[in-house]
Write a protein that binds this ligand. Structure first.
Ligand SMILES: Nc1ncnc2c1ncn2[C@@H]1O[C@H](COP(=O)(O)OP(=O)(O)OP(=O)(O)O)[C@@H](O)[C@H]1O
Ligand SMILES: [Mg+2]
Length: 633
């Protein structure tokens, strides 16, 4: 049984190592990890109860596994008693009377052990898969619901590492913990009972050995825990450097940083090698020491038991059984102690995963909104209203970090159907402003109203359903181009997809691709140029026919020629919609109904293109500057 267990452990650890390759730890994460490592000192059972509650294992599977392992522990340890019987009865009395019944019983025991072994192997596999399935599902659902602000705080690599590496490790620790505790625990108990039953004096000798073995195990495990922590930390560093090396390969080349990167990497791997060797030496020392003590105890039992045998106090078969038990009891003790070490070592990972899954969702529908409107249209007391598209900022103040205000006491009304352009320098707060209008963030003061209703009193799904947003950094998913456009409206037909693409002039480049609309966009759309990604995400926003359309630098990476061509189409698209357009290239927003000039979170000028030019203020300077540059080109 031990070998199969070690074999599975080996494979799972192998898988974990592969998983680790996806780990992306930057410097900030390394500090987080180091800080968290400190909390690994003590076992906090509450953490584990919480983790198991989150992973919600199937109770039937748990019981099936526990019962199976208990039966196994008992049956495996009956064999010394069976052999004792064979020696003391068949051999000593030189008889074969009852040997058939004896053989049948022994045979049945072996068959039950075989079936049981298969059963626990399968069940433990199901148990572990069940745990990671449940927790990853919960994690994924939760990560989808979390607000923008959450993703500002936590880097993607760190989150991935939690949901992949930590979860794999925790599920392994929990399932092997359950297996080792049950099997090991029952083996210890059964062996001790059997020994006391056979000869309590000799059993007492074994009992004296137990605390010695436990003390040695704890001592070594403490030492090993420290080295393992160091190894894990270095492992994260190595995978982090690998990820940076791979994702930043192009930049590295342009900066001629290959040599420096190599030196950094070699230093980390050298430290890893040293720590791994230290760990290997330590564990190579541990097992022989434990075995040595175990063998001394067994030898003592054999010596004293031999005396008893000569004095006719003990039969030879009984001595054999006692000696066998004395040799066997140390391994389960070591394993049970090992469970606690594993639990201790994985505690920080458990805390990280729990914190992540319990992270409160900052922006959610309130109870009263759910009651009034429901989570989908028709579920609540009222049907969802028809949005006209008026957006009003009422004395809005907002910051990402306390004491660093971005927008202060802003008042602004955008009429339904109006096209408002926002211009201003980098960092002026343009994206922040539109993100507030879309409720991706909530203001700390004041309120934002849609058609006169506070946006917080409307269901989020309703707002997003009426909203089309082309983000400043367009993101595509790893399906085909058609799939990506369809994300805007899942029931869109092929004709509608093509029409949307045509409207934004994306059709030309799409049709030139190897499989046209069925070409794969690659991970995150990386097979397309930034401008092409912008066009596809533009088509994706348009196909949903939104009441409010937000374009954040939606055409910034598209060449001037194509931009001119789609300009007309954009104006046509914007007709009858409220539109917020952020643009650096001012020629694209000349026809907007109103232009807002933002600076340092404030609107410093507003009016039509003509009015602003006549004012000869900030906008005029910006425009003339760009105009001269354009003319010179
Ligand atoms: N997620 C964030 N967390 C913290 N600060 C942020 C965050 N996003 C933006 N900021 C800060 O808020 C300010 C306004 O940023 P914003 O993205 O709104 O500018 P912008 O006008 O859209 O600039 P750009 O033209 O470069 O896109 C900047 O100083 C920026 O550093
Ligand atoms: Mg921006």
């Amino acid at each position: 049984m031990d070998y199969t267990k070690e074999f599975i452990k080996f494979n799972i650890i192998g898988l974990m190592r592969q998983d680790n390759m996806g780990n992306n730890m930057n410097a900030e994460n390394k500090t987080v990890a180091r800080k968290k490592d400190k909390s690994e000192e003590k076992i906090n059972f509450k953490t584990w109860v919480n983790f198991i509650k989150l992973a919600a294992p199937d109770k039937k599977i748990v019981w099936s596994l526990v019962i199976s392992l208990t039966i196994l522990a008992v049956l495996e340890n009956i064999s010394p008693l069976m052999i004792r019987y064979a020696i003391d009865y068949f051999i000593q009395n030189n008889t074969t009377d009852g040997i058939i019944l004896y053989s049948i019983i022994y045979f049945i025991i072996i068959i039950v052990i075989a079936f049981n072994t298969r059963h626990w192997l399968v069940t433990s596999g199901i148990f572990e898969t069940d745990l990671s399935y449940n927790i990853r599902k919960k994690g994924f659902e939760h990560l989808q619901n979390l607000s923008f602000s959450f993703y500002d705080k936590w880097p993607v690599g760190w989150l991935l590492s939690r949901m992949i590496n930590d979860v794999t490790r925790l599920c392994e620790v929990v399932s092997f913990g359950l297996i080792d505790l049950t099997w090991g625990g029952f083996t210890i108990v059964f062996t001790l009972i059997a020994m006391f039953f056979l000869n309590y004096k000799l059993a007492l000798i074994a009992l004296v050995g137990i605390p010695i073995i436990i003390a040695i195990t704890i001592f070594f495990q403490k030492k090993m825990l420290q080295t393992q922590r160091e190894i894990r930390r270095l492992n994260s560093e190595i995978t982090g450097e690998f990820t940076e090396g791979i994702t930043g390969a192009k930049t590295t080349k342009t900066l001629l940083r290959e040599k420096e990167n190599e030196l950094e990497f070699f230093d980390t791997t050298r430290r890893m090698k040293q720590s791994s060797l230290k760990a290997a030496k330590m564990s190579s020392f541990f097992l022989p020491v434990v075995s040595f003590i175990g063998i001394i105890v067994a030898a003592l039992i054999l010596t004293i038991g031999g005396e008893y045998y000569q004095q006719n106090i003990l039969e030879i078969g009984t001595l054999y059984a006692l000696f066998t038990y004395a040799l066997r009891i140390w391994d389960p003790i070591r394993q049970v102690a090992g469970v606690f070490r594993e639990i201790q070592a994985a505690q920080a990972a458990a805390e990280r995963v729990i914190t992540l899954i319990n992270e409160p969702v900052e922006i959610t529908d309130s109870e009263s909104v759910i009651k009034e409107y429901g989570l989908v249209d028709g579920e609540g007391e009222k049907p969802w209203p028809n949005l006209k598209g008026e957006i009003k900022f009422d004395n809005v103040s907002f910051y990402y970090k306390e004491n660093e205000p971005i927008i202060e006491n802003l008042n602004l009304t955008i009429k339904a159907g109006e096209t408002v352009a926002i211009v201003g320098e980098t960092g002026a707060g343009k994206t922040t402003l539109v993100n507030l209008a879309c409720r991706f963030y909530e203001p700390q003061e004041g309120q934002i109203l849609l058609d006169g209703i506070n946006i917080q009193d409307l269901p989020q799904a309703f707002v997003y359903e009426n909203l089309g947003y082309v983000l400043q950094t367009p993101h595509l998913f790893s399906g085909t181009i058609a799939d990506n456009i369809r994300f805007g409206r899942l029931d869109a037909t092929r004709e509608e997809i093509e029409a949307a693409a045509k409207l934004v002039h994306a059709d030309k480049f799409i049709e030139k691709m190897e499989n046209g609309y069925d070409t794969f966009a690659g991970e995150g759309g990386n097979r397309l140029s930034t401008g092409e990604k912008q066009l596809v995400s533009f088509a994706r926003a348009i196909i949903a026919d939104p009441v409010i359309l937000v374009l954040d630098e939606a055409t910034s990476s598209i060449d001037t020629e194509t931009e001119k061509q789609i300009q007309q189409a954009i104006e046509q698209v914007l007709d009858n919609r409220t539109a917020l357009i952020i643009a650096h290239r001012l020629s694209t927003i000349k026809n907007a109904d109103r232009i807002l000039v933002m600076d340092d979170g404030k609107i410093i000028e507003e009016g039509s293109h003509q009015e602003l030019i006549e004012q000869k203020g900030h906008y005029f300077n910006l425009y003339v500057g760009q105009f001269i540059i354009d003319e010179n080109i």
